[in-house]
Design a protein around this ligand. Structure first.
Ligand code: USQ
Length: 406
């Protein structure tokens, strides 16, 4: 297949591009490289020393004999360039990962909120509009999030996208419908993925676009079979308070002897998936597209659920690092259960890589190898969800500032 990996320079995009290239697909990465610019803006670098876009693609060509071309296009802004590239490449499929994906970054200030909405919504909409304008029948596979559902559960498992409902009619009859599961975003970032769902539903209905939306949980791990082949192919590994995700952060904190930062009581239960399974799921979704005219196909892309404090206890046992329960900078339920259906990927043959101690140790080893690159100033999560929380955090930090000043 001819496949465009949009956002193919990022944490999931790069391993996805390599995985698909290794399986013989013709892969083009489309990326604005903005994620590398945000590293500069936040003054923090990936724990792992990622090479330049050119160097990593040259290394892949040398090792595999396969070329991955890069198109530097900002999907949200460069509509003309996007259209020209689509018209020339005529992809069979597009993997859309070209969105700002960090919840804490999206909550930093009005500037990042506006950037996240402008970027994510326009990128998705430009892509859909261009496919229709060009009359292209490429299968669009979008990386969405479990966060569209919110995380609380009323005891029933969260279905894969659609909730069957019954509506009482005035004449006493009952009408049955499938609706998108009620959107319940917990951050501006998650909100943009809810908006994406509406765009997809509309374009599938109105224009018959073939769309798959993958509602992914929190990714852990850093390497896949392909990125592990050579140091020059190394994947990015975020540990900072904005882009680092919880399990990877805890593992790095443990590796460098930093206290494990648990927000609140750590009673938040979340869905998780290993990076290797993430790229495998994307490949399975590609192999099983919806028909033209079919509703958006939605998969829950996760393999297990865990409570944050249980993860911290596991990492503490593994590394000896103490656990620190800190004021939660987010506005989220302190405790929640989470039961999620993921039958579709299991039926397609996904064999989950679960949190075995072996793999956790492997990540701790990677973290120890590059631990000297950690800038401890960037370890805490400081992005507050509301003004009140920001004031509470500032009040807590004041004694330290006084101590430092005296
Ligand atoms: N948390 C801690 N300590 C930390 C960092 C986080 O207790 O040091 C807690 C958070 O308060 C939250 C939970 O861990 O309750 C998860 O936080 P996270 O940063 O790992 O995940 P999140 O912000 O939800 O976002 C990540 C990805 C996003 C993806 C999402 C999937 O950045 O792109 O969509 O996971 S999901 O969480 O299922 O919505």
């Amino acid at each position: 297949m001819r496949i465009g990996v949009l956002g193919g320079d990022g944490f999931v995009g790069w391993p996805t591009a390599l995985h698909l290239s290794a399986r013989g697909h013709e892969v083009v990465i489309v990326d604005s490289l903005v994620r590398r610019q945000i590293d500069g803006e936040l003054d923090v670098q990936s724990l792992t020393p990622i090479t330049s876009p050119k160097e990593r693609r040259d290394a892949w060509a040398e090792l595999s004999g396969r070329h991955i071309h890069l198109e530097r296009i900002d999907l949200a802004k460069d509509y003309g360039e996007l259209k020209a590239w689509l018209a020339a490449f005529r992809p069979d499929a597009l993997i859309h990962l070209a969105e700002q994906r960090a919840a804490p970054y999206s909550m930093k200030s009005a500037r990042q909120k506006r950037y996240t909405v402008d970027n994510n919504v326009n990128a998705t909409h430009n892509l859909l509009a261009a496919l229709v304008e060009l009359g292209l029948d490429a299968h669009l596979v979008h990386l969405g999030t479990m966060g569209v559902y919110g995380y609380s559960t009323i005891g029933a498992p969260i279905p894969e996208g659609y909730q069957p409902i019954k509506i009482d009619l005035p004449n006493g009859d009952v009408a049955a419908q499938d609706i998108l599961y009620p959107a319940n975003p917990g951050s501006i970032y998650h909100m943009t993925k809810c908006l994406d769902q509406i765009l997809f539903a509309y374009y599938a209905k109105n224009d018959g676009l073939r769309i798959t939306d993958l509602h992914q949980g929190i990714v852990w791990g850093t390497n896949t079979a392909e990125t592990g082949r050579d140091e020059r192919l190394i994947n990015r590994f975020d540990y900072d308070g904005d882009y680092g995700t919880v399990l990877n952060r805890l593992l790095i904190q443990g590796a460098i002897g930093h206290p494990l930062t648990v927000h609140g009581t750590g009673g938040q239960t979340r869905a998780f998936i290993h990076l290797q399974d993430s790229v495998r799921c994307i490949e399975l979704a590609l192999q099983n597209p919806p028909e033209r005219g079919e509703r958006v196909k939605i998969f829950n892309q996760m393999t297990e659920t865990h409570r944050v404090r249980d993860l911290a206890a596991m990492v503490s046992r593994l590394t000896g690092a103490p656990i620190e329960y800190v004021t939660n900078p987010r506005k989220e339920a302190a405790e929640n259960d989470l039961v999620v259906k993921n039958d579709q990927f299991l039926a397609l043959g996904l064999q989950p890589t679960t949190l075995s101690a072996g793999l956790l140790t492997e990540i701790v080893e990677v973290a120890r190898r590059y631990g000297h690159r950690v800038d401890a100033r960037h370890v805490p999560c400081v992005s507050a969800w509301t003004r009140e929380i920001a004031e509470r955090l500032a009040a807590e930090r004041r004694p330290h500032l006084v101590k430092a000043a005296s």
